[in-house]
Design a protein around this ligand. Structure first.
Ligand code: WQD
Length: 337
């Protein structure tokens, strides 16, 4: 079975390619290399022994997308990761996000709708919930007004897919990620943030290595047990495995609706201070940090109700927060050698 993975050289994409290859899928990666590197291909091959096919492609170029699918007419499914994902950048440059996250989705769906049937996995995000009223968050929690253009592109993406699924033979699963962290146990692939990391865990591991002077904790005045914000940190390999399970569900026609939605988290919330202490434990390092003002647009708390993914997908996150942080730390040390 030939599967296209867009954004397949990215953080979650590359880990998903490994798990697809482990399950015997033939993978073609599409990536524009704007936020990744060809070295990731070597990492994947070092893990699985198989180098995936790769095509450098800017999915904003409709004719190139059409040409790709003409040349690869036997594609059974697409896992669509390719998107810009920096919340802050999306506020400064919304049109970059609407073009890159929406147009590319439309062009891919236009190709898939021409097939007798197609399986489509969409990389969505818990960001669509905004600050949900009730924890843990279920898939039927109300979708709040997006807090950023990035978040809005995920909401719009889900709406486009829902409309398209009703009118075509495309079967879809929307996967709403919570906070992906960590790296493959081999330390052959992992998160490669360009520039100053926006996300908590890569900033922590870089600080642990002395690349950053100290971590700024964005606020300790939230209504949470220790005052710092709470998130659901899920190991990227657990997340990758869920994508393969979801794809197999569609390929085996086990889906009970044209569009199914699943929250992918551990089901446990961890505060920023808890993550810091867990990192100190696994690394043996004292992490320098200071409390600063809240970050614009941040929510207090988000962690997943994972019952639906557990019962319907038969999937459950396995890695603990400490295991995830230990893998992130191992990866950070390796790439800085
Ligand atoms: C986590 C917590 C920060 C950095 C974002 C996107 C989401 C997804 C994951 C793409 C928050 C705090 C962070 C720092 C800190 N991305 N923090 N100091 O904001 O929950 O989610 O990334 O899909 O869509 O919205 O993740 O890692 O940025 O922050 O105190 O230097 O850590 O305030 O409470 P976030 P994050």
């Amino acid at each position: 079975m030939k599967i296209v993975v867009t954004g397949g050289l990215g953080f979650i994409g590359s880990h998903t390619v490994v798990e697809l290859q482990n399950q015997g899928f033939e993978v073609i990666i599409i990536d524009d290399l704007s936020n990744s590197s060809l070295k990731v291909l070597d990492g994947i091959q070092n893990i699985t022994g198989k180098i995936p096919a790769f095509e450098k492609l800017d999915l904003r170029e409709k004719d190139k997308v059409q040409d790709f699918f003409k040349r690869h007419h036997d594609v059974s499914g697409v896992i669509h990761f390719a998107a810009s994902k920096a919340v802050g950048e999306s506020v400064e440059n919304p049109l970059l996000y609407y073009e890159n996250n929406i147009n590319t989705l439309v062009y891919i769906l236009q190709e898939l709708q021409q097939k007798p049937e197609a399986s489509f996995i969409f990389s969505s995000s818990c960001t669509v919930y905004g600050q949900a009223e009730k924890m843990p968050i279920t898939e039927d929690a109300s979708i709040q007004t997006a807090m950023s253009p990035y978040g809005n592109t995920k909401q719009i993406g889900e709406e486009i897919i829902t409309d398209v699924a009703k009118a075509t033979n495309i079967n879809t699963i929307l996967l709403r990620y919570f906070n992906p962290i960590g790296a493959h146990s081999s330390a052959e692939i992992g998160e490669l943030p360009l520039g100053v990391p926006q996300n908590l865990v890569p900033f922590i591991t870089q600080t642990g290595l002395g690349l950053r002077k100290e971590l700024s904790v964005y606020g300790d005045d939230y209504p949470t047990p220790d005052g710092t914000a709470v998130r659901d940190y899920i190991h990227v390999v657990d997340l990758a495995k869920a994508h393969v399970i979801a794809l197999q569900r569609l390929l085996n026609k086990k889906n009970t609706a044209k569009v199914e939605t699943f929250n992918l988290g551990t089901g446990t919330g961890s505060s920023v201070l808890e993550v810091i202490h867990a990192f100190e434990k696994v690394s043996g390092k004292k992490l320098p940090y200071k409390i600063v003002a809240r970050r614009e647009g941040d929510i207090t708390s988000a962690y997943a109700n994972t019952d639906k993914a557990n019962t319907i997908l038969g999937w459950k996150a396995e890695a603990t927060l400490e295991e995830s942080l230990a893998s992130a730390w191992k990866w950070e040390q390796k790439i800085r050698k």
